[in-house]
Design a protein around this ligand. Structure first.
Ligand code: MIC
Ligand code: SF4
Length: 644
């Protein structure tokens, strides 16, 4: 039996376990990436591991998220990251060089390699034919220390692309179609492997839009073959030496095959407040638009931005529309400038922002109250933009450009012009001078620590009796943006006691105070949730901050992969209902108790919970590997390391 692409790369990196879907496997990791908002915590944890230098082939630290720098905190974190990089042999991409995923794709990703990153959109580099996976900062720190990365061996779904995109339809519309088919839930433990004649027509940046937003489906990662398109992209990046061909064997097996005919896709949009709330742009025609944001790690390539520049050339943004432009990387910006397109964009009224996450993470450009904002980014979760009552729609660059002109939702096919087909440039300006390579001089590097940087807190070992209230009960599809908001709050990423004040801020602003009071009274806090708890980002703060507030267990109908792993890393029990009806029977404030917990965790996969308030009991499932059980019993990964 032949192998698919995923099996080939996993087999070449397998350290332990067997390649059977669902089994825990350990992988050798070739490359890591971090960004500043998750990186500071990751490097604090790495420092605690007492490893003199990173043990990967390549580790890159990006500064791209917290670049607004209101107050001293972010700038202090940047200095910390720069000193850590120098000391431990990490490459550092300075603020201004671009968004981690875009830059990693351009300058570092390599077919056939493994990459883990402390950001959920790390799968972007799957566009180059590598296995690139998002993870919590602690997992990335362990990989930098040379340890395997553990995960459940995924099952592989083939997405067979046929046909060719029609004019005005682009890669964003493909991934929105995929989201329409698969939704944002129920895909844990799978990988999307793309193939077919249609896939061969897509350039690497187009593939990257698709692999990037596969994260919204909750898959472990997405991957494309490494083919002539890949070679062409790497050649343009002056990196042809990194090219290796990679494709699935003709008789490779898949858990499922889904075929999408590219020629039948039309311009699509994700409506508020979920990336899988898909509608045809045509059905939204006429809705007035107040803001258009172009950029983010999803749609920031040279082709994306040149396409918009050519659509807008000689026109001016509609008087109702604030038009925001944040190029994904300095390379893209340099080349737009060289070729004159930047001038066209500025002439059309674009408000040029830094090459950074910016609007996408909600730290700037929050829309006005009740506004409609069209964005080429990947997430439209409630409140993420910084304006709770704004309506955010995710669209392609073409649809975004059409709204810039008309001030309304407009199917770009209705613009009376020819589609500007943008070929890849013959040559690119490549300037890596904002990338700092660590020198191995043996010189002692002093680590800079600003006053905002605290030590990561550690949990206590698992108690034998868990007793406390359901401190909050939430519904389905609660994202990590709901659990711990980013945006304006993100500057406290290195200061857990402060950041923890904002847990569930947009869901139940009194949660943090209530939880802390329970903790101080010696009670455990319990979160009850519906389906797909912990969607979205990889931020381990969605586990660390609740842990700091005394949360000891999450009872959910289902949990998303990265968040569940983060909970375990910090000693919080990720439990699922055996019978989903028990979710309905629970209310916030119910007093729950699990007795004999340590023995039950060690010996069984089923725990029995007593509801003291209602005089009932019910069963919960704890699906953990032996390694994860050890972590839970010890109160998290840091305690296990300490014991060792
Ligand atoms: C996001 O897009 O939500 C982020 C901000 O990039 C996060 C990481 C973070 O919270 O720092 C992610 O995707 O993992
Ligand atoms: Fe940055 Fe947005 Fe991409 Fe996250 S999704 S890495 S915030 S651009």
């Amino acid at each position: 039996m032949g192998k698919n692409i995923v099996e080939k790369i996993l087999a070449g990196h397998l350290v332990c376990g067997t390649l059977a879907p669902g089994e825990e496997i350990g992988l050798r990791i070739d490359q890591t990436l971090t960004q500043d908002a998750t990186g500071t915590m990751a490097y604090l944890q790495f420092e605690a591991m007492n490893v003199p230098r990173v043990r990967t082939e390549l580790s890159v630290s990006y500064i791209d998220h917290n670049t607004i720098q209101i107050g001293f905190e972010n700038a202090d974190d940047h200095r910390y990251l720069m000193s850590v990089a120098q000391k431990f042999g990490i490459v550092l991409s300075r603020a201004g060089n671009g968004i981690c995923h875009q830059v990693h794709l351009e300058r570092f990703g390599q077919p056939g390699k493994t990459l883990i990153g402390s950001d959920s959109h790390t799968p972007t580099c799957g566009a180059l034919g590598m296995i690139a996976i998002g993870a919590g900062g602690l997992d990335v720190a362990q990989a930098m220390a040379g340890e395997p990365f553990y995960l459940a061996c995924p099952s592989v779904v083939k997405i067979l692309l046929e046909g060719r995109l029609r004019p005005w339809v682009s890669a964003k519309d493909i991934i929105l179609k995929v989201l329409e088919i698969f939704s944002t839930k129920g895909n844990v433990g799978t990988v999307f492997e793309y193939g077919g004649q249609g896939a061969a027509t897509l350039s690497v940046p187009e593939r990257a839009t698709i692999t990037n937003m596969g994260a919204e489906c909750g898959v472990t990662t997405s991957v494309f073959p490494s083919d002539e398109m890949t070679r062409r992209f790497l050649r343009l990046q002056d990196r042809e030496a990194h090219f290796v061909p990679l494709s699935a064997d003709a008789d490779a097996a898949y858990a499922r095959v889904v075929t999408i005919d590219l020629s039948r896709i039309e311009p699509l949009a994700a409506k508020p407040h979920s990336p899988d709330n898909i509608a045809a742009v045509r059905s939204l025609t006429g809705i007035p638009v107040q803001q258009v944001c172009l950029g983010s790690c999803t749609n920031s390539s040279y082709k994306d931005l040149v396409t918009v520049a050519r659509i807008l050339k000689g026109r001016i943004a509609h008087s109702d529309v604030s038009f925001i432009l944040a190029p994904g990387s300095r390379q893209v910006l340099d080349n737009l400038a060289r070729d004159g397109y930047l001038a066209d964009l500025i002439a059309s009224g674009a408000r040029l922002m830094e090459n950074a996450c910016g609007f996408c993470i909600g730290n700037s450009q929050s829309p006005s109250s009740g506004a409609v904002s069209l964005r080429t980014s990947n997430r439209n979760f409630l409140g993420r933009s910084g304006t709770l009552d704004a309506d955010i729609y995710l669209v392609s660059p073409e649809t975004a450009a059409a709204a810039v002109i008309t001030g309304r939702f407009t199917d770009p096919r209705d613009l009376e012009m020819d589609y500007p087909d943008v070929p890849a440039p013959e040559r690119l300006v490549i300037d890596d001078r904002l990338i700092l390579r660590p020198e191995d001089t043996g010189r002692t590097v002093e680590i800079y620590r600003g006053p905002n940087i605290g030590q990561p807190p550690v949990n206590t070992p698992l108690p034998d009796t868990l007793a406390g209230p359901v401190t909050i009960k939430v519904g389905d599809k609660i994202t990590t943006d709901h659990i711990i908001p980013a945006g304006a709050r993100m500057k406290y990423r290195s200061n857990i006691p402060k950041y923890a004040e904002f847990v569930f801020e947009n869901v139940d602003a009194a949660f943090a105070r209530r939880a802390l009071a329970n903790k101080e009274a010696g009670r455990h806090n319990i979160i009850v949730a519906g389906l797909s708890y912990g969607q979205g980002s990889s931020r381990e703060h969605a586990a660390i901050c609740p842990m700091y507030l005394g949360v000891r267990a999450v009872l959910a109908k289902s949990l998303e992969r990265i968040h569940a792993a983060n909970l375990i890393n910090f000693g919080i029990l990720p439990l699922t209902f055996v019978d989903e009806k028990d979710y309905d029977a629970l209310d916030a404030g119910d007093e729950l108790e699990i007795a004999g917990l340590r023995t039950a965790v060690a010996e069984s996969d089923i725990l029995t919970v007593a509801n003291r308030t209602k005089g009932a009991s019910f069963a919960l499932r704890l699906s953990l590997s032996a390694r994860q059980k050890e972590m839970i019993l010890a109160g998290g990964a840091l305690n296990v390391r300490r014991q060792e």
